[in-house]
Design a binder for this molecule. Structure first.
Ligand code: BTN
Length: 254
């Protein structure tokens, strides 16, 4: 284990680097169960995860030492529980800010928080909230971003990395420092009343916004157009039957 900091930042004031761990999200979960958890803003970074997790109980597979896999401990108690999705927005925008500056404007956010470049997945975010009673105690923000991996298991479809896109190798710590700075900025913007602005920016970055495409719900395929995201984070689609809102596990992109 190695400890570093990025000075001047709240997010990244304490970086714990681990060689090998099950999942950086699970590591932080165990920390917050302790009576004296690590401070808010702490980052757990892993060279290798042997049980990395993605959304919907998927595995997150990442070649050791090639990509970024890390989790951040936040405590967004300034937000009502009903606005949990606004943290997803702030984090997705921060990642998008950095990627747009590094690899250009092909970067989009696939609702809820996949990071996409030219129809291929470059990274993903897994936010796990810890709520005690009516209080939002902690959020564990897990981020996986493909940097230098250039070949992927055949079972993973439509995947890419920054190295494949830009045809160069990236320095992990350099990209991490940019990401933490951007997350620090977007998190503080959210804290300081930036929610409405961030919702507008998030909408503008949405993959397939205002584009007719095929979706699937409960095995039934239909054509629809993404028109936005509601305050609680539901995806708003314009369908042949009018505007419909869909939750996280309800909808598949085809
Ligand atoms: C997804 O797209 O399904 C979300 C992927 C999130 C992966 C990251 S890697 C760091 C953190 N630890 C985990 O086990 N998962 C997240």
């Amino acid at each position: 284990m190695q400890n570093k900091t990025i000075s001047g930042l709240f997010v990244g004031q304490n970086i714990v680097s681990l060689k090998r761990v099950d999942s950086t999200n699970d590591y932080l979960k165990k920390q917050v169960a302790n009576s004296k958890p690590v401070p808010e803003g702490t980052v757990i970074l892993a060279e290798e995860q042997f049980a990395g997790r993605g959304q919907f109980d998927n595995k997150w597979l990442s070649q050791p030492g090639q990509n970024l896999t890390f989790s951040i401990l936040l405590s967004p108690s300034f937000l009502p529980i009903s606005q949990q999705f606004s943290l997803n927005i702030a984090i997705s925008l921060a990642i998008n800010d950095v990627l747009c500056s590094f690899i250009g404007s092909g970067c989009e956010i696939k609702w809820p928080n996949d990071i996409i470049f030219d129809d291929r997945k470059l990274g993903g975010v897994l936010i796990e909230n810890i709520i005690r009673g009516t209080n939002w105690k902690y959020s564990i923000v897990g981020i996986g971003l493909n940097l230098n991996q250039t070949s992927f298991p055949a079972s993973i479809k439509n995947i890419t990395s920054m190295a494949l896109i830009a045809e160069k190798e990236w320095t992990l710590n350099d990209v991490l420092a940019h990401l933490l700075t951007a997350i620090d900025r977007r998190y503080s913007q959210l804290k300081n009343g930036g929610l409405v602005l961030q919702r507008q920016e998030y909408r503008a970055k949405l993959y397939r916004l205002n584009t007719l495409a095929v979706f699937e719900r409960e095995g039934v395929r239909f054509d629809a157009e993404i028109i936005g995201v509601t305050e609680t984070g539901l995806l708003e689609l314009k369908t042949a039957d009018g505007v419909r809102c869909f939750g996280l596990k309800e909808l598949k992109y085809i």
